[in-house]
Design a protein around this ligand. Structure first.
Ligand SMILES: [Fe+2]
Ligand SMILES: [Fe+2]
Length: 275
């Protein structure tokens, strides 16, 4: 455990040599940059989420210490790392202003009332979110040839998988007390999966577009088509296999029925995750 030495991070963006980025090649992949920028916004908005989450778990020192000392600084670094990459490739992009515009809208969508009704079920929802990010960064990693971006997204994905494991451990801890059945767990799981479809990434992309293409701000068709192209980029590289495995885990299904659920769940995941 790293709880005493608060500031030790598994990796640091400052240690990555950005001069190895092939700027011209990176600029050519505009859709990928738009996606990275949207992701940097969501990651950088994490501290708002943590203060809400810590409030929800404030009488549990194990969970709140981990949230505050490890999870939050790591998520914030994800935002910072992607922001640093964007700044290197798009020096003219006004990230701070665009983020402020995003955050004004985004902050209204996270509130304590959005949490699941019990702690164990909230942990299931958090597992879904970490599954989503782990899957996303793996997909980004696969659609890029840039060694620097590959290294950054590989580091981030490793962090997200570790976050998942922590939330899963906390789920088990609370479910021992709450004893939620599979149906209740499945309910929390599906609610969060369905939510992923629209909210966060849609808001983030909209604000990226607004600052990247101010002249197109009222061109709804253009923005919709561009979003669809970005989603397609992710979907093409998505590992539904990994996502399904992670999603199924909290259900603790008997081994013999798992294969029969695998195919339908893979299809649903492909359909729903990142549209
Ligand atoms: Fe993250
Ligand atoms: Fe995470």
């Amino acid at each position: 455990m790293r709880t005493e030495s608060k500031q030790v991070m598994p990796w640091r963006i400052e240690d990555i040599d950005l001069t190895k980025i092939d700027r011209q090649a990176a600029v050519a992949n505009e859709d990928l940059l738009l996606l990275l920028c949207a992701s940097s916004f969501i990651e950088s908005g994490t501290d708002l989420y943590t203060s809400n989450l810590s409030t929800y778990f404030n009488d549990d020192p194990e969970v709140s210490a981990w949230l505050n000392n490890e999870w939050e600084p790591e998520e914030m670094q994800h935002g910072r790392a992607l922001k640093t990459y964007i700044a290197y490739v798009w020096p003219e992009f006004e990230w701070d202003a665009a983020f402020a515009s995003f955050f004004e809208e985004y902050s209204k969508t996270c509130s304590v009332e959005d949490f699941e009704k019990t702690r164990a079920l909230e942990m299931v929802a958090r597992c879904v979110v970490e599954t989503g990010t782990a899957t996303l960064y793996r997909a980004i990693n696969e659609c890029s040839n840039d060694p620097v971006l590959k290294q950054i997204t590989d580091n981030i994905r490793t962090d997200e998988v570790r976050h998942y494991k922590h939330f899963f451990k906390f789920f088990k801890k609370y479910n021992k007390i709450e004893g939620n059945g599979r149906l209740a767990v499945l309910g929390a799981l599906m609610r969060r999966v369905m939510e992923m479809k629209n909210e966060d990434s849609e808001i983030a992309l909209r604000h990226v577009f607004k600052f990247r293409y101010p002249e197109r701000v009222n061109d709804a068709a253009y923005n919709r088509d561009r979003s669809a192209r970005i989603s397609a980029l992710v979907r093409r590289n998505l590992s539904a296999e990994m996502a399904v495995k992670m999603l199924l885990k909290p259900l603790n299904l008997p081994a013999k029925i798992q294969p029969s659920l695998h195919y339908p769940l893979t299809k649903i995941t492909q359909h729903v995750f990142f549209r």
